[in-house]
Design a protein around this ligand. Structure first.
Ligand SMILES: Nc1nc2c(c(=O)[nH]1)N[C@H]1C(S)=C(S)[C@@H](COP(=O)(O)OP(=O)(O)OC[C@H]3O[C@@H](n4cnc5c(=O)[nH]c(N)nc54)[C@H](O)[C@@H]3O)O[C@H]1N2
Ligand SMILES: Nc1nc2c(c(=O)[nH]1)N[C@H]1C(S)=C(S)[C@@H](COP(=O)(O)OP(=O)(O)OC[C@H]3O[C@@H](n4cnc5c(=O)[nH]c(N)nc54)[C@H](O)[C@@H]3O)O[C@H]1N2
Ligand SMILES: [Mo]
Length: 759
């Protein structure tokens, strides 16, 4: 960061950082801009009466009031009447302290995070298949792989720097890239083989690929017998997934499925990458199991260039998972349900044995349901925007309206969620507070404090510890700085899973990032987990992995037996099937130049030019049936609610499917929130909601269609659109339009509609 007069003026990539070697994406380049946006929350606000407007108050008073109001609810209704909902965008220190306060001191396990909407299915799938959460390998695997399966991940737009690394590998070595997505995304454009799968049928495909691998002798019997359990049951299950049946279930061409299996089977090294297209499903955990099955059956795991590699979404969602910020987990990759794990953590926290409740708390979707039903009275939301990002939005709104106490700790105001706050606490952003974050390859990076936060804003960990101190837990939350919190996190190391940060501290992290496991006195971290003896180190600068001795006995998975588990997971359809009333499948996702609910990127002019607004992609065949043309407004209805978007008619989506980006919500115009329509059905194991699949009806909105405009109106509109910046503009009263047309244009402008590039 370049800092001038207390402001970050420029951000450039760090050539020595092993995550990107200095490459930044558009959001990275521009990430300093939102730091000084005019809607930064720079003081606390509060109200005691919902009918009144929230009023500013000194931070010290707000902290005291937060403590007192939480305390009152806990004394009257017990600890489970309180819930925390936190984020993978907070520092590890903040995440850790939020969990410590809730589980160890409030004595409620009602703390969950937006990881529940994101990586929960990968986390539970890994734990079952391999024995512990997290990818076993490193980004360096990209430089060694011969075949990449990118499934349910739009890597080109969502992990652009890693995707460049993958394209570099392809260019250098001819490695093959297989992309599986119902949409022809920019990622698919770069694929050697693109499988435009019918949404929600990946499990059939993955089982079908394994079927072919087995039938063609491409499984590794030696690896299976030495390192796994459960192969026989899986072998039996995959018999049912013949190419003919899989073709029928997935809508894919049989030859393409055969080719994918051949490439995966023949590649010396094979890595799979997946994200929300698999996780945000009612069978997300099973899909992770099915990916692990492929790697275990071929023995292509835990060696340079091979392994299952879930791509984490948020900057520090891995850190959060590791410090146990979900309602069923504890610090150091531990579980609430495990008595030994609870006892270990109770000791570290210095609380009496039995303090931590043995029953998992409420996961995100259920948490908001219990707020709506009145069982949970208070919620403290930190670093996430649930009114915009939770599924089935009207229920979440009802929940916050019902809650007795809503505390929102954010860096910006207003957001879709801050509107509902009784207390608003101003959090410092990444450049304004010291803290650590962990990425998908277990690299721990220290975020230095470069500038002061605005006004009275404070580091999130400090706000949490200040509230804790005011609730009578001063002794256990008295940290001089973030570094002291980090040192405590190091004590939660876990020999069972290999989680170990003990060889790190803020002083050494200031020099460079470090990859765990990193034992005390270690020189370097390890690039691949679960290897005994033949340890592979991450070199400081250039990614060069030493050769792995071909010694399979050196592998031990963190399960009781030391073997990984196969799971026989049959294909089951999504929770909601399209029918006569709701015949289309709505899926949704991200665009390259915007971030989630736009509190940051929505303020950057350059990014708004690149991705100016919401739209709905529909296939030309469906468009014709619906009499929809480019730019027409289309209403998307599900059983839960609706949204309205300008149409983008494109063969990038399959007939019967439609796609809307998630970024634009009510701050940007009425009826833009895709989560008004999405489903809150959850995976039975991970409790992650099925965002990616909702049955919807599409209707062209008859009034205000562009083709009904007169020549004069069209001319005016063209000139007008050319001169205004396309957001927040109202059409002048004097323009030659009817009221309905004016509203239509206003909506087009708010959503960037007609200007959206038809990628
Ligand atoms: N530019 C940008 N990058 C981001 C983010 C951002 O907001 N903006 N957010 C970050 C976060 S938190 C996350 S979690 C990641 C998410 O990264 P991704 O998961 O890559 O992003 P999405 O666009 O949500 O979904 C990926 C793809 O899943 C596809 N999909 C939908 N249904 C199915 C299905 O049934 N099967 C298959 N195989 N695919 C399906 C969609 O068409 C979409 O292209 O991105 C991270 N990176
Ligand atoms: N339909 C649909 N919905 C989805 C998804 C999808 O694919 N489809 N994806 C889901 C996924 S994977 C994710 S990760 C979620 C993301 O959903 P959210 O977490 O709600 O998204 P963000 O916009 O990143 O919200 C972060 C909030 O925290 C604030 N903030 C940012 N930095 C800080 C900080 O340092 N401190 C504090 N206190 N506040 C801060 C921001 O201003 C913003 O209000 O969305 C989920 N929702
Ligand atoms: Mo995410």
């Amino acid at each position: 960061m370049q800092v001038e007069q207390g402001r970050v003026t420029k951000v450039i990539g760090d050539k020595n950082h092993p995550a990107n070697f200095g490459r930044l994406c558009s959001k990275g380049f521009s990430c300093a801009e939102p730091l000084t946006a005019s809607d930064r929350l720079s003081s606390a606000f509060a109200r005691t009466n919902r009918a009144e407007k929230i009023q500013p108050l000194p931070m010290a008073e707000a902290l005291t009031q937060t403590a007192a109001r939480l305390q009152k609810i806990i004394s009257e209704h017990g600890p489970d009447a309180v819930a925390l909902y936190v984020s993978g965008q907070l520092s590890m220190e903040s995440q850790y302290l939020a969990g410590k306060l809730a589980k160890g001191f409030f004595r409620t396990n009602n703390i969950d995070s937006n990881s529940r909407l994101c990586m929960a299915s990968a986390a539970s799938g890994y734990k079952l298949s391999l024995g512990a959460d997290g990818p076993p390998g490193s980004y360096q695997d990209i430089d060694r792989l011969d075949c990449a399966l990118v499934i349910g991940s739009n890597m080109a737009e969502c992990h652009p720097i890693l995707f460049l690394r993958l394209l570099d590998r392809k260019k250098k070595s001819g490695a093959k890239i297989i992309v599986v997505d119902p949409r022809r995304t920019p990622t698919a454009d770069k694929a050697d083989l693109f499988l435009p799968i019918k949404p929600g049928t990946d499990l059939a495909l993955l089982n079908g690929i394994l079927h072919l691998l087995e039938k063609t002798g491409r499984v590794d019997e030696k690896f299976i017998s030495q390192h796994t359990e459960g192969w026989e049951a899986l072998r039996e299950l995959i018999q049912e997934y013949s190419p003919e049946r899989v073709t029928h279930l997935t809508g894919l061409a049989e030859n393409d499925i055969r080719l994918a299996a051949q490439w995966i089977g023949d590649a010396p090294e094979f890595t799979s990458f997946w994200t929300m297209g698999l996780n945000q499903s009612t069978h997300g955990t099973w899909q992770t199991n099915a990916i692990c099955n492929l790697h275990l059956a071929t023995g292509k795991i835990c060696r340079p260039g091979s392994g299952p590699f879930s791509l984490t979404g948020q900057p520090n969602a891995m850190g959060g998972r590791e410090v146990g910020y979900l309602s069923h987990t504890l610090p150091g990759q531990r579980a609430i349900a495990d008595a030994e794990d609870r006892a270990t953590v109770e000791k570290i926290w210095g609380v009496a044995a039995g303090t931590i409740q043995s029953k998992p708390g409420l996961a995100a979707v259920e948490m908001f349901q219990k707020i709506e039903s009145g069982e949970v009275k208070a919620v403290w939301i930190i670093g996430t925007n649930p009114i915009a990002s939770m599924p089935n939005r009207s229920r979440v709104i009802a929940a916050l309206q019902k809650a007795e106490l809503v505390i929102v700790q954010d860096a910006f105001h207003p957001t879709e969620t801050t509107k509902y706050a009784d207390i608003l606490l101003p959090g410092a952003l990444w450049a304004e507070a010291e803290g650590t974050m962990v990425n998908s390859e277990r690299n721990v990076t220290l975020m230095p404090r470069a500038v002061a936060p605005p006004g009275e804003a404070m580091a999130d960990w400090e706000i949490i510890s200040q509230v804790a101190q005011r609730m009578g837990f001063a002794e256990k939350f008295n940290y001089a700085n973030a570094s002291a919190v980090f040192d405590e996190i190091c004590q939660t190391w876990n020999p069972k899973t290999g989680y170990d940060l003990r060889g790190m501290n803020f002083e050494t992290l200031r020099e460079e990032s470090r990859q765990w496991p990193f034992a005390p006195g270690a020189e370097q971290g390890e690039a691949i987990r679960y290897l005994l003896g033949a340890r592979m180190a991450r070199p400081r600068v250039l990614p060069k992995m030493p050769e792995l001795a071909d010694e399979p006995s050196a592998l031990r998975f963190p399960t009781k037996s030391g073997r990984a588990n196969f799971f026989a997971r049959p294909f089951l359809p999504p929770a909601e099937a399209p029918d006569a009333e709701f015949p289309f499948v709505l899926t949704n996702g991200r665009l390259e130049h915007q971030w989630h609910t736009l509190t940051k990127t929505g303020k950057v002019t350059a990014l708004n030019k690149l991705n100016p607004g919401a739209f709905l992609q529909i296939n030309p065949l469906d468009a014709e049936q619906l009499d929809v043309h480019q730019g027409c407004l289309v209403r998307v209805d599900s059983r839960r609610g609706f949204a309205i978007y300008p149409a983008q008619v494109t063969t990038r989506v399959r007939p019967g499917d439609c796609f809307a980006p998630i970024h634009w919500n009510e701050m940007f115009g009425e009826n833009l929130a895709v989560n008004a329509a999405t489903s809150d059905a959850v995976d039975a194991i991970s409790l992650q909601p099925e965002f990616k699949f909702s049955a919807v009806a599409l209707t062209k909105i008859a009034s205000g269609l562009l083709e009904n405009f007169s020549a004069e109106q069209k001319n005016y509109l063209l000139r007008y659109l050319a001169q205004v910046s396309p957001r927040g503009q109202a059409v002048p009263e004097t323009a030659p339009f009817t009221q309905a047309q004016r509203e239509f244009i206003g909506q087009l402008l708010a959503s960037g509609g007609a200007a959206a590039p038809p990628y």
